[in-house]
Every structure is written in structure tokens, then in C-alpha cells.
Ligand binder design. Structure first.
Ligand code: UGA
Length: 434
């Protein structure tokens, strides 16, 4: 069976690599020749731990291939997985132009019966429309079906999330498509959930939006904890023993970011509205998150009465550790606001600095040395819980900074340690150490 994967971002490339890892013959298509040459050398165009090794080993075995020649690749494919981006438009809806561009290429170039599998996160109904579109634009007399197979991987743990996924969801409208996808996935030995295409599309949005809702909920509980003298870490610990609640995605912080939760909450809100329904829980999830991003900024502004000419140390800029991705990272609006306030901003991040430079302009000092960033600083903000940040001892802050005042958006330190070390420490959902 010849499998082709279109799109070499997180979803496409990890899918291609993992399908090859379990022994399928896979060709990954990307129109960028330079990227193709790099991937052949085992260099992934995205930062994802463990991916380079899988690319190289399977390329050397001859079962994973990379090409920019989509005409040739699609012509004799049995199955084409689509993993292109579906970024948000200004109104919150999903932008499907990349998806339809691939659909057009498929319609023009397939020369045998083919199953097209959409892995990208798409609004409910898209699989139906893409199938209709391809069928109406076919150049050759072949049969095409479209199936939905949403992706549940997280950046930073993408390989494990794919090879050891909690479930594989397939949305199909025919027994033939179901059997073909089951044959492809049986090697993964993971529970397979079979449903229709629209339900599969909805499973993806509902899953991501539920996780985002959990985070916004716990962030609000944290905000109330601060007002009533409770401690969010103890509260979540006490909640998590109930198996109906669990301990996952209950970490309070500075708000969620990334390429998925912000986009998928807005897209579901838009989709519901487009169908005449206001989805209030998702609306609240979005609003709470927007507000949460500035919680520490507001507290710090009050504490210092503005930031004019202060040296502000920023520790961590990526939306979470283990990725160089800056999309929707809470650090971005915070740094912009600090610059507007006249602060001298010094940024540390182990791998996110290059991407950060493309997102925020202005006078910013960058360093991959935490000590340099903290030295003589008036205040430090923690936005990402990288190991290299959580391993800094509170004593170091006290010794290096001019005034050791820390605003920790990820609750990296114990209050007892902050108290003993003599720093001034503000975190999320816990009492201030002043
Ligand atoms: C998310 C989902 O977790 C994946 O299941 C999904 O497949 C993926 O989106 C996608 O749709 O492609 P990802 O965006 O990589 O994965 O990141 P997460 O690990 O889910 O974290 C998202 C944000 O939530 C981060 O900013 C993180 O710091 C924040 N978060 C997470 C919290 O603030 N608290 C938590 O308890 C967990």
C-alpha cells in the first residue's frame, strides 16, 4: 500500500514518520525543495524531540521518502493523509485555503482509487465538502472517498503521543474506508473509535476545548483562592484524588497558548454561532484566558507603579517547555506591554529566542545565559517552566538581582522556599510572599 502524507508540519510530519516507524511505506510531500533535502538528511523542519532520529532511520531503510513532486506522489497513492495547517481567520473561523489547495492537487493528479484522510483540525462538515470538491474536480475516472482522522498529539511529546495514543478516531461513511484505516492502524495496537465524519471532526474540537475549559476553570479557582486565602496547589491536589476529576490539565498558570487551544476554542465558538447557538462555556474559556495572561503584569505594575527604565528579566517565552513554538504564547503580549511602559527588557529562553525575535520588535536584549538576564534586574517574570528555569535556586535570584522580586506565572517554587530565601515572590492562586 502506498501512503502519501501532505504537509510536513507537526501533524503531517509526525504522522508520516510514525506510520513509517510501524513499517508502512510512506512518502511525505512538501513543495519546498530545500525542506525536502533537509528531511532526507534527518533534519526535521520543526523542533520535536526524537523526530530527527525516526526520519533518518526510516529514510535509510527506504520506507520513508520525501519529495516536492506532488504530481508524481499523488498519481499512484492508495491513501493520502492531509496534515496541513488550518490557522484562524480574523473572525475566529478556520482558514481552509491550504486544505483546499491540496484537495485541488489531489483531484488533478490521482490516477487510481484513493482514500483521502484529513488529519488537520477542521470545522464540522469539512470532510463532506472536501469529498464533494475532489469528486467534482477529478481529472481521471477514479473513485475517491474522504475520511476524518483527527490528531491528538501534543508538541514536545508528539512521537509518544502518536505511537502510544490513548485512542485513534476514524470518521468514515463506508465500510471500505473503515477497513482500510483499520488495516493501517492495527499495527499501533491502540483502541480505535469508529464513527461518522462529522462526529469525528467534533470529537477533536470538543476534546481540545474541554482541556482548555479545564485550564480556564482552574485559573479562575486560583484567582478566587488568592482572594480568600486558599492555596491552588493544595486545592488541585485535593480535587485530583477523585477519579472523575483527575490531575491532568489542572495546573493553574498564566494562561494557555500554542497553535491549538486558542485557535480551536475560537473556531468552535464561531461554528456554534454560525449555526445559531452561543456556546457559553467556550466563550468564557476564551475570555478567562485573555484576562489571565495579564494577571501578573497588572499586579507588578501596581507594585512598582509602572516599569519606566527598570531592568525586567523575562524567563521563558515559548508557550510551554519542550517546543520552540511561540504561537499565542502569553509572553508576547506581556513583553509588548512592558516595552510600552518603558521597561528595559532582557529575555532568556533555551530555544525560543529566534522565533521570539520574529514576533516582537523593539529594543530587547537577548541571552541564552540566565545569570546574565537576572544580573541587576529589578524584577523577573517567569512565563515558561523550562527545567533550566525551575532549577535556578531562589538564592541565585536574591544574589543576582538588584531587587529580588519574582512574578512566577507557572508556580515553579514552593512558598516555604520563597519565604526562607528572602525573595519577594508572587505566583498564581497562592499568597504573596512580601
Ligand atoms: C494540544 C492538546 O493537548 C493535544 O491533545 C492536541 O492534539 C493539540 O493541542 C492539537 O490540537 O494539535 P499542545 O497545543 O501541543 O496540545 O499543548 P498542551 O500541552 O496541551 O498545552 C497547551 C497550553 O496549555 C500550554 O500553554 C500549557 O502551558 C497550558 N497548560 C496545560 C496549562 O496552563 N495548564 C495545564 O494543566 C496544562
Amino acid at each position: 500500500m502506498k501512503i502519501v502524507v501532505s504537509g510536513t508540519g507537526y501533524v503531517g510530519l509526525v504522522t508520516g514518520a510514525c506510520l513509517a516507524e510501524v513499517g508502512h511505506s510512506v512518502t511525505c510531500v512538501d513543495i519546498n525543495e530545500e525542506k525536502v533535502e533537509l528531511m532526507k538528511k534527518g533534519v526535521s523542519p520543526i523542533y520535536e524531540p526524537g523526530l530527527d532520529e525516526i526520519l533518518l532511520s526510516n529514510y535509510k531503510k527506504g520506507i520513508l521518502n520525501f519529495t516536492a513532486d506532488f504530481v508524481q506522489a499523488y498519481s499512484d497513492a492508495d491513501v493520502i493523509f492531509i496534515g496541513v495547517g488550518t490557522p484562524e481567520r480574523e473572525d475566529g473561523s478556520a482558514n481552509l485555503e491550504y486544505l483546499y489547495a491540496v484537495a485541488e492537487q489531489i483531484a488533478q493528479n490521482i490516477k487510481k482509487d484513493c482514500l483521502v484522510v484529513i488529519k488537520s483540525t477542521v470545522p464540522v462538515g469539512t470532510n463532506d465538502y472536501v469529498e464533494k470538491y475532489i469528486r467534482e474536480n477529478l481529472k481521471n475516472d477514479v473513485n475517491v472517498e474522504v475520511a476524518s482522522n483527527p490528531e491528538f498529539l501534543s508538541q514536545g511529546t508528539a512521537i509518544k503521543d502518536t505511537l502510544q495514543a490513548s485512542r485513534i478516531v476514524i470518521g468514515v461513511e463506508s465500510k471500505k474506508s473503515e477497513e482500510l484505516l483499520k488495516t493501517i492502524y492495527e499495527r499501533f495496537n491502540i483502541p480505535i473509535v469508529v464513527t461518522n465524519r462529522r462526529s469525528a471532526e467534533m470529537i477533536k474540537y470538543a476534546s481540545n476545548d474541554f482541556l482548555a475549559l479545564k485550564i480556564s476553570f482552574i485559573n479562575e479557582i486560583a484567582n478566587v483562592c488568592e482572594l480568600v486565602g486558599a492555596d491552588i496547589e493544595d486545592v488541585t491536589n485535593g480535587m485530583s484524588y477523585d477519579p472523575r476529576i483527575g490531575n491532568k490539565f489542572l495546573k493553574a498558570g498564566i494562561g494557555y497558548g500554542g497553535s491549538c487551544f486558542p485557535k480551536d476554542t475560537k473556531a468552535l465558538h464561531w461554528l456554534a454561532e454560525d449555526n445559531g447557538y452561543e456556546i457559553k462555556t467556550v466563550k468564557a474559556t476564551i475570555e478567562v484566558n485573555e484576562n489571565q495572561k495579564f494577571r501578573l503584569f497588572r499586579k507588578a505594575k501596581k507594585r512598582f507603579n509602572g516599569f519606566k527604565n527598570m531592568k525586567v528579566a523575562i524567563l521563558g517565552v515559548t508557550f510551554k517547555p519542550g517546543t520552540d513554538d511561540l504561537r499565542e504564547a502569553p509572553s508576547i503580549p506581556n513583553v509588548k506591554a512592558l516595552i510600552e511602559e518603558g521597561a528595559n527588557v532582557y529575555v532568556y529562553d533555551p530555544i525560543g529566542i529566534n522565533n521570539f525575535k520574529t514576533k516582537v520588535s523593539g529594543k530587547i536584549n537577548y541571552s541564552e545565559d540566565v545569570q546574565e538576564v537576572l544580573k541587576d534586574a529589578d524584577v523577573a517574570f517567569i512565563f515558561t517552566e523550562w527545567d533550566t528555569i525551575t532549577s535556578i535556586s531562589l538564592k541565585e535570584y536574591r544574589e543576582l538581582m538588584k531587587t529580588p522580586v519574582i512574578f512566577d506565572g507557572r508556580n515553579c517554587y514552593k512558598l516555604k522556599d520563597a519565604e526562607e530565601s528572602g525573595v519577594e515572590y508572587y505566583s498564581i492562586g497562592r499568597r504573596d510572599i512580601v
